[in-house]
Design a protein around this ligand. Structure first.
Ligand code: PEP
Length: 253
């Protein structure tokens, strides 16, 4: 079956209003394969500008907007938080949840992330659920156990059927922002494990869920990574801040 392929840009706490305009102008020139969507995830303050600018510049609806985080709460006294409803109002369609930086720097647990995934789905946002092991965990051969411990709370919270509306981004922590990419074979092997883990609950669901690879993807290594059977695109950090390089990555998917 042809799965939805996705290339998502995680700008993290980078970017500017001028990058918003440059990125949209650049992406307008990109030819995408028919099953590919591109999701740009700038910081919260740039979401409205991105949304308005893409309408103004007539960016095709294959280019979507995503946020980098959201609250699991509906609304109320949660200073500094942003709700899924607010994101939906800005024409945001996707939200990155459980990025390793959120897990390690802000102590987000897999249980909290599962609540966020459920809330996102409630407000029609597609969660990009990030999972991945540390270098220490890989060396100790704990990769599969770690990934399972990050996926299972989400299955428990939303049920396996709803998982067809979730995108998973496998991002080995040791490959994020380090220039150390997992080899295509290693990435494929881990993606195959993730798909099998979902298939143990439902093969139909497992075949539908897009699995993205993230971790030092660039214009030089994306082709081989995207060619793997169970890799359906990428979550791109550093290289997504460079319009030309990101455009190459999008057209390679
Ligand atoms: C990320 O932060 O999600 C990421 C994959 O970063 P980079 O591409 O820079 O490794």
């Amino acid at each position: 079956m042809t799965r939805q392929a996705i290339v998502a840009a995680n700008w993290k706490m980078n970017g500017s209003l001028s990058l918003v305009k440059e990125m949209i102008s650049g992406l307008k020139q990109v030819e995408l394969a028919s099953n590919v969507k591109v999701v740009v995830c700038p910081s919260f303050p740039y979401l409205a500008a991105y949304s308005n600018e893409s309408t103004k510049q007539n960016l095709s609806n294959k280019f979507c907007l995503g946020a980098q985080n959201m609250s699991e709460q509906q609304n109320g006294a949660y200073t500094g938080e942003v709700s899924s409803e607010m994101l939906s109002e800005l024409s945001v369609n996707y939200v990155i949840l459980g990025h390793s930086e959120r897990r390690s720097l802000y102590q987000e647990t897999s249980n909290l992330i599962a609540l966020k995934v459920a809330k996102a789905l409630e407000d029609n946002l597609t969660p990009i659920l990030c999972i991945g092991e540390s270098e220490q965990e890989r060396t100790a051969e704990k990769t599969e156990a770690v990934l399972a411990s990050q996926i299972q709370p989400v299955i428990d919270e939303i049920g396996i059927e709803k998982f067809t509306e979730v995108v998973i981004a496998y991002e080995p922590v040791w490959a994020i922002g380090t220039g150390k990419t997992a080899s295509p074979e290693m990435a494929q092997e881990t993606h195959a494990f993730i798909r099998q883990y979902l298939a143990n609950e439902s093969d139909i669901v497992a075949q539908k869920v897009p699995l993205l690879y993230g971790g030092s993807v660039n214009e030089g290594n994306c082709e081989q990574l995207f060619a793997q059977t169970d890799i359906d695109g990428g979550l791109i950090g550093g290289a997504s801040l460079k319009v030309e390089e990101f455009s190459v990555i999008c057209s390679t998917a």
